[in-house]
Design a protein around this ligand. Structure first.
Ligand code: FAD
Length: 426
């Protein structure tokens, strides 16, 4: 492995939408056809988990564990990932430098090329701490049981995730009192129109979700794991908690919330959906590169935005390229990064193919909100779509089959050249 001068080590850190799509392209451009030039390539994908997780379905999965179970697809079932030049390391990344990936178990993996695809961190249960399919199913069952046992459920934070979670709970348990508390004047963060926000608020009201706006939660008893004053969860130190917020639950049972206007809300189960965090993992000696709150700055080639590191790429939610994080964009980023690395490998080095690297297009800000089974709202760029238009993009399985197909999780990708013309993104 690392240290062997002949071998070209490509490491993909993170194996979900961005990382797996990068793996698929690396497989199809470098490994699918045995060639002398690529025989020395070794590709390692590192992930804490033992499988792909279709995040898009998480809120429905928590409300409906039978559906939730389908969201996890073990890597061991994906035939092409078993190629002898691919290694899957189920391990946790501690930090990354410009030459190696340091794992929590103390092992250092050197690389000639790296793709960082570690996403963003969210507190549990939306952020998933489980490392195996069995633990994931246990988490779904336990969370579902807590929701089921509650008469009043409160979701704090009406971003896209909070909205979908409140709606999914209300849809599955119409008899429960579901409250959605938000500090701003309207629901939904991000560059979206007031028309879309109105539609979402109307849909929630129609479903019977009580939306409490312009109220910050200033107190909560008992506190949840993500709040100041919470007891440390097990042996998690601050550094690990920042890297892996999914290990810390943002839920509390039998809670009393105090709102900014002094009102008290009682709730049998509270979940705080207060946004995602950049993981502080990439340690490069370049000011401002890795540490921004919006993620890693990248070029259109998906290389990190510093000419000293042409061999390091970052993809998906981990990068700062867009205010709205989307699975489709993450997959496309992985596609471009992997093809660019394949070009470099075939041309003889990270600088040899400089002028030949592909560029990722700018994607318009887009959002599709699924509120239970019957309500949806969508905006693409500046345009708010009507419900009928939006329905074309709503699938019963929340896009699971589409992603399984796009990532080739049930078939083997065919060989392709990284110099083939780039198909335009969907
Ligand atoms: C509830 C919810 C609903 C969503 N709905 C939509 C939607 O409708 N449409 C849409 O396009 N997008 C949606 N998204 C956003 C979408 O899920 C993300 O854009 C997408 O997951 C980004 O993919 P990624 O590969 O960059 O990161 P991720 O999918 O987060 O993958 C990161 C991978 O890195 C691994 N990892 C992280 N840290 C470490 C570490 N330290 N060591 C080892 N492995 C690590 C993780 O286990 C994971 O497998 C939704 C997100 C949520 C939470």
């Amino acid at each position: 492995m690392p240290g062997d001068a002949q071998t070209i080590h490509i490491v993909v850190a993170g194996g979900n939408y961005a990382g797996l799509n990068a793996m698929q392209q690396l497989y199809s451009t470098l490994l699918a056809e045995p060639r002398a030039t690529t025989a020395k390539v070794q590709i390692t994908m590192i992930d804490r988990r033992d499988g792909f997780l279709h995040y898009i379905g998480m809120t429905r999965g928590l409300a409906t564990p039978e559906y939730g179970r389908s969201l996890w697809i073990p890597y061991s079932t994906v035939s092409w990932l078993q190629h002898p030049q691919i290694t899957i390391r189920q391990s946790t990344v501690d930090h990354i430098t410009d030459t190696y990936v340091m794992l929590e178990d103390g092992e250092k993996l050197g690389f000639e090329y790296l793709i960082v695809a570690l996403g963003v961190g969210r507190h549990a249960p939306i952020g998933v701490g489980a490392q195996t399919q069995a633990d994931f199913e246990t988490m779904l069952r336990e969370t579902h049981a807590s929701i089921q046992a509650a008469s009043t459920v409160t979701v704090v934070g009406a971003g896209a995730v909070g909205i979908e979670l409140a709606a999914d709970v209300k849809c599955v348990f119409p008899e429960k009192h579901v409250q959605l508390v938000h500090s701003r004047q309207q629901v939904l963060a991000g560059p979206f129109s007031a028309v879309l926000r109105d539609r979402v608020e109307q849909a929630l009201a129609h479903m019977g979700v009580e939306v409490v706006l312009e109220q910050r939660v200033v107190g909560q008893t008992p506190v949840s794991g993500d709040m100041d004053g919470a007891e440390a969860a097990g042996d998690i130190d601050d550094n690990r908690a920042a890297r892996l917020p999914e290990l810390i639950p943002a839920t509390a049972a039998d809670a009393e919330l105090t709102l900014a206007d002094g009102r008290q809300l009682r709730s049998d189960w509270v979940v705080r959906c207060l946004g995602a965090r950049t993981r502080p993992i990439l340690r490069l000696p370049a000011k401002g590169l890795a540490t921004g709150i919006h993620g890693i700055r990248v070029r259109a080639t998906m290389q990190v935005d510093d000419a000293r590191y042409p061999h390091i790429y970052a993809c998906g939610d981990a990068c700062a390229h867009s205010p709205v994080k989307l699975a489709g964009v993450a997959m496309h980023n992985g596609f471009v990064a992997a093809r660019n690395i394949a070009r470099c490998v075939l041309m003889g080095g990270p600088r040899a193919a400089d002028s030949l690297l592909e560029l990722s297009p700018d994607f318009p800000a887009k959002i599709l909100l699924l509120m239970g089974r019957s309500r949806c709202a969508m905006q693409v760029g500046d345009e708010v779509w009507d419900e009928e238009q939006t329905r074309q993009y709503v699938f019963d399985d929340m896009g699971l089959a589409q992603c399984v197909n796009a990532l080739s999780l049930e078939r083997t990708p065919v060989a392709s050249s990284p110099f083939d013309q780039l198909p335009s993104p969907a």
